[in-house]
Design a protein around this ligand. Structure first.
Ligand code: HEC
Ligand code: HEC
Length: 341
């Protein structure tokens, strides 16, 4: 419900009225219900209850994700900056939006977002449905109004039947665009890797990967990588300062207004991490070796540095070169070959 109210507020803010769906979205789902097919025992995500996931809506969302009409000049799509082969991230440090304008931060990979509650590096979008309309209207990304997008898609003979399949009638509305994109993103799950295969006895980690795994999970200091990158999604979904030298990007503080949130970012998942270089919100680290070296001896101390890192005696974990290589090898085992072929 909160999500729906938030959406109404957004429509009012953008001056788009009359977008009310003709079909009661709380009624039985149209089309074919979509099953996320989670591994046995995996915690099910809390999905929006107003529009159940259907194959038809996900297919529409996929088409919209690669649709140039969402941008002012027709050339930028969501897929320009979220490329499937990089787990829907971008290899450029800063993605190029309309007129070649660079984004202020590194593009984020998109998978397992069904378990997230706050979106973007600083968590400024409170729901995925609200998030997906932001890049369309952002002048550095797609720079188009929702009004124009609705107008362009409404004129398309290709889209009207697809909207009808997804929502029961062919009307194109900003809400339907948001729901379809949301559903496409919710359905991007990546939960398998050599690491899981080794746990199921279907693969064996090399001695170096195994050494990396135990360094990742445990450290004599009591803090380890898994203090923050933990659980089956390799993230605690919290906002932390992991000791990067500060810039004028205030991170989470921009959202909460609290100085105690300065330079904090959402802890990223580490699944598929070998595919998503460069690293950190501002792409400052080019390789996984550089990331591990940062945690080993590059921590910058500031009042908001995560206490778990601040308690380390030196400028970091002080890993040996062999430890660092082992950690990098372990991070490579988190790639899902089926997700980003
Ligand atoms: C010009 C490049 C660009 C385009 C086009 C773009 N994005 Fe993004 N996307 C980014 C960047 C950069 C971020 C991180 C921004 C930040 O945190 O400030 C991001 C973040 C996101 C996130 C947050 C993921 C998370 O885990 O919090 C989602 C979801 C997303 N984009 C979906 C979309 C969708 C849907 C579209 C198309 C409607 C789209 N993006 C178009 C560059 C782009
Ligand atoms: C105190 C919590 C914390 C600990 C401990 C921690 N990290 Fe992180 N990690 C973060 C946060 C927060 C970020 C994002 C920082 C940013 O970009 O501003 C991050 C970013 C990363 C990234 C880049 C992800 C991306 O998508 O760009 C990698 C890789 C990474 N950490 C690996 C590790 C490894 C390996 C360890 C152990 C040696 C570790 N982390 C320990 C919180 C932590």
């Amino acid at each position: 419900m909160a999500r729906f109210l938030c959406f109404l507020l957004m429509l009012t803010a953008t001056g788009l009225h009359g977008a009310e769906p003709e079909i009661d979205p709380f009624e039985t789902p149209l089309g074919h219900p979509h099953d996320l097919q989670l591994p046995a025992g995996f915690p099910a995500p809390d999905l929006p209850d107003d529009y159940p996931l259907t194959d038809e809506r996900i297919n529409l969302g996929r088409a919209l994700f690669y649709e140039g009409a969402l941008s002012r000049d027709g050339r930028i799509t969501c897929g320009s900056c979220h490329q499937r082969r990089f787990a829907y991230a971008d290899r450029r440090p800063f993605s190029l939006g309309l007129d070649g304008l660079p984004t202020p931060r590194n593009s984020m990979p998109i998978f397992n977002v069904a378990w997230k509650k706050e979106f973007f590096w600083d968590g400024r979008a409170p729901s995925l449905r609200a998030q997906v309309l932001i890049p369309i209207q952002d002048h550095r990304e797609m720079d188009e109004s929702l009004h124009n997008v609705v107008r362009k898609l409404s004129r398309s003979r290709v889209y009207l039947p697809v909207f009808k399949e997804a929502f029961g009638t062919p009307e194109v509305t900003a809400e339907r665009i948001a729901v379809a994109l949301e559903q496409f993103l919710l359905a991007r799950t990546s939960l398998d890797s050599k690491y899981e295969q080794s746990q199921r006895g279907e693969a064996t980690l090399s001695a170096e990967e195994e050494r990396g795994r135990s360094l990742f999970l445990r450290n004599s200091s009591g803090t380890s990588c898994a203090t923050c990158h933990n659980g089956p999604l390799f993230t605690d979904h919290a906002f932390r300062n992991n000791g990067l030298t500060p810039t004028d990007d205030r991170g989470r503080e921009k959202v909460t207004g609290l100085e105690t949130d300065r330079a904090k970012s959402a802890t990223p998942t580490l699944r598929n991490i070998a595919l998503t270089a460069p690293y950190m919100h501002d792409s400052r680290l080019k390789t996984l070796e550089a990331v591990v070296s940062h945690y080993s001896s590059g921590l910058h101390r500031s009042p908001t540095l995560a206490p778990e890192l601040a308690k380390l005696p030196t400028k970091g974990f002080a890993f040996t070169p062999a430890d660092q290589a082992a950690l990098v090898s372990f991070l490579h085992t988190l790639t899902d070959p089926k997700f980003a072929p």
